[in-house]
Design a protein around this ligand. Structure first.
Ligand SMILES: NC(=O)C1=CN([C@@H]2O[C@H](COP(=O)(O)OP(=O)(O)OC[C@H]3O[C@@H](n4cnc5c(N)ncnc54)[C@H](OP(=O)(O)O)[C@@H]3O)[C@@H](O)[C@H]2O)C=CC1
Ligand SMILES: CCCCCC(=O)/C=C/[C@H]1[C@H](O)CC(=O)[C@@H]1CCCCCCC(=O)O
Length: 249
């Protein structure tokens, strides 16, 4: 997740006594990703937003989300195209009586600074409604893209409703340090399970064991998987929550 406001992105408003004109900045994808995404795959475009219509809100992004689905989804768009993506954003102007200025919303608004939203419409791909973030202070609003958002919900419902682990069982997790995996492990611990994880660096493994309380985490790039499973899950693995498809099975 990235806080997008560097000095280059500071909003410029043209005050004229009338409603402010906002110059939004957005990431436009100009090349499909090959390997790691690169700065040169994007250009940044400025656009002046129109005045709000009745029912609409103007949002200012505070957090953008970077997620694995983006690589696959962007292939479906003709280039150049606006970059999709989840946001937590603050409402800075409102012509909607249910969403006052100062509230926070989360939704698929894309990688852009400012957005005019009709809260009754679904996202561009028609999948996600805009959601008002409840007041969760003193916790940060960014949690709406984390444990309270899709990663947390995926972890919670995937574990509770699909894996259905029982207390004392062992859960193995790949992509264990990722947005979903790190929540699966923590929820699993709360359910009284033994958690073994697989992650791609020693730092991630140490973080998961020491900070998040996973029982045993292995660096899948340097360990022998069969030995790791024997050591980490001496009885057996009861649930396998696969986020990364790093194992051939
Ligand atoms: N985030 C969400 O809300 C949702 C996610 N999903 C799916 O869940 C899975 C995990 O998502 P999420 O936790 O958000 O992902 P993250 O981006 O947080 O973590 C992904 C991790 O997967 C590992 N990885 C393994 N193999 C590869 C590879 N070939 N290329 C890149 N990374 C690799 C990397 O960790 P390491 O270095 O440790 O190997 C990487 O950091 C994905 O399949 C995603 O599509 C599904 C529904 C919702
Ligand atoms: C607000 C978007 C948060 C997305 C979090 C995430 O990682 C979603 C994962 C996708 C999963 O891999 C399979 C999906 O279909 C999930 C939803 C993708 C939503 C894309 C919406 C894009 C848009 O409408 O602009």
């Amino acid at each position: 997740m990235a806080n997008i406001f560097s000095p280059n992105f500071i909003v410029k408003r043209l005050f004229s006594g009338a409603p402010s004109k906002i110059r939004a900045h957005k990431y436009v994808l100009t090349k499909y990703f090959q390997g790691e995404p690169k700065i040169s795959d994007f250009k940044i475009v400025e656009e002046t937003l129109p005045d709000l219509k009745s029912g609409e809100i103007l949002t200012e992004a505070e957090y953008l989300s970077v997620d694995p689905y983006m690589r696959a989804y962007m292939i479906g768009y003709k280039l150049p195209t606006d970059m999709i993506g989840g946001q937590v954003a603050k409402v800075i102007e409102s012509r909607n009586e249910n969403i006052p200025v100062g509230s926070y919303v989360t939704g698929a608004l894309g990688w852009r600074t400012h957005t005019i939203v009709d809260p009754n419409k679904l996202s561009s791909m028609g999948m996600l409604p805009l959601t008002i973030v409840p007041d969760i202070r003193p916790h940060p609003v960014s949690l709406a893209l984390g444990v309270l958002g899709m990663p947390g919900n995926t972890a919670y419902f995937g574990l509770k409703e699909i894996c259905k682990p029982k207390e004392g069982e062992t859960i193995a997790i790949t992509g264990a340090a990722g947005a979903v995996g790190s929540h699966v492990g923590q929820i699993g611990k709360l359910l009284g399970c033994r958690i073994i994880g697989f992650a791609g660096t020693d730092d991630k493994c140490e973080y998961l064991e020491k900070e998040l309380g996973f029982d045993r985490v292995f660096n899948y790039k340097t360990c022998k998987i069969s030995a790791a499973l024997k050591e980490g899950a001496p009885n057996r693995v009861d649930c396998y929550f696969d986020n990364a498809r790093i194992f051939k099975y």
